[in-house]
Design a binder for this molecule. Sequence first.
Ligand SMILES: Nc1ncnc2c1ncn2[C@@H]1O[C@H](COP(=O)(O)OP(=O)(O)O)[C@@H](O)[C@H]1O
Ligand SMILES: [Mg+2]
Length: 509
Amino acid sequence: MSATLRPLAVEVRDVTKSFGGVRALDGVSLDLAEGEVHALLGENGAGKTTLSNILCGLYRADAGEVIVGGGERHFQSPAQAIEAGIGMVHQHFKLVNSMTVAENLHLGSPDTPRVVSARALVASAQRMMDDIGLVVDPTAKVWQLSVGEQQRVEILRVLARGARVLILDEPTAVLAATEADELFAVMRRLVAGGRTVVFISHKLNEVLQVSDRISVLRGGRHVVTREAAGATARELARLMTGEEMGIEVEHREVTGETVLELRGVTSRNSRGVVALHDVDLSVRGGEILGVAGVSGNGQTELAEVVTGLRSPEAGTITIDGVDVSAASTRRIADLGVGHIPEDRIGVGMVASAPVKDNAILRHYRSDELSSKQFLRRDRILAFATSIVEAGRVQTRSVHMPAGQMSGGNQQRLVARRESLLADRLLVAAHPTRGLDVLAAKQVQSAIVERRDAGCAVVMISDDLDELLVVADRVAVMYEGRIMGVFDRASFDREHIGLLMGGRTEAVAG
Ligand SMILES: Nc1ncnc2c1ncn2[C@@H]1O[C@H](COP(=O)(O)OP(=O)(O)O)[C@@H](O)[C@H]1O
Ligand SMILES: [Mg+2]
């Protein structure tokens, strides 16, 4: 059975964790299935231990959710995590060296009677080992054991407390090669019995040898989860290090007609403050205009006035020569304008509605989907499914509420839907924010594809590096004003960076 079809043991959703200024985890989402060895692969500092420590109740996430057995859990302690069936074997063992194996196994266990004979402890330890198929001399003192044997005792301790999900943090780091092979055999036996083993490592060959699925973390971000079958060490190494990850975008001379034009556009934000000051901009078909700036400098309002969510107070906006300054969102969408909004959940989706309804949310008037007022159920389902598949949206079912998907998958859904809508103009606000690295690359590629099909694109991002790769021109916004517009020949990272901070003195020099 494919690992992705097994029931889920744990879902991690958009988990973020910082230590002081260091963001150890940045919106990580992944799931752990029953009966799989799931490797967490990443270089030193990737966030593997931090994620595990959150799963096992040692740390608390700053944001995001851990879902166990369908319910959201916020573990306050390892005891609570183990009660929910999640236990961890740490890089540094926590055994008491002067005690016997049997004593260590029973230490702190709620099932151990307060007064019990040494012989009864040994017998019970032996039974436990026979059940699990992991054997160590129960009468030996821990200091007498090899490191590999001590690790077995640690594993037994966690399993004895009823763990269904066992997290092993770099377990092979302390083992000789033959001991590592024995450990792998134990791991396979555990998952054959339906448990989940999370195997943390930065060693590619080991991960390929023992895992069913592999999740790669890099710099606190989830890069990808994939089946181990068919993966190669080379490919995993690239994913781990980020080598060759960026997309390459060809930039040719833009020859399309002007699609979007703003002249003297001024608008207030929701608090009544002027958020756009006399903005002039134009974008041609087959061109990506990047809008750079620190969030909150009018980019949101710019996207809103162009897509009809906000009316300008002064100035004109035209799309293909049609004045849309006072047009509704519906009318603008009908002109072939797609919008990937910044607030995916508030503006882009109805969280309580099924995935399939969200997939067609802005398409429902098109002839293919409706006939004589009746939405055609079979077509809707087929169309929604095609959006989900093409957008690589991971969802258990198109019938479940869209709000139950992870943030990254909600975003993929909206991005795909809006790209389909965008025949003439795509307005994309932070389209890759919060996505894992591969998903971000897919979204960027999809945007470039729209451009190559002749669509005009306004791409708002606070990631200047992303814009410098993807955009044909970059406009810089600061406090609602356009500080400058640069074509590729005049891209200058430092200069643009200064303008983003409102500094214009460099322009003169
Ligand atoms: N307790 C902590 N205090 C401060 N920084 C931490 C702490 N734990 C981890 N970090 C930082 O978080 C990042 C991820 O670390 P970690 O999860 O240990 O990575 P990995 O296990 O993949 O090597 C690193 O930059 C690390 O320095
Ligand atoms: Mg670690």
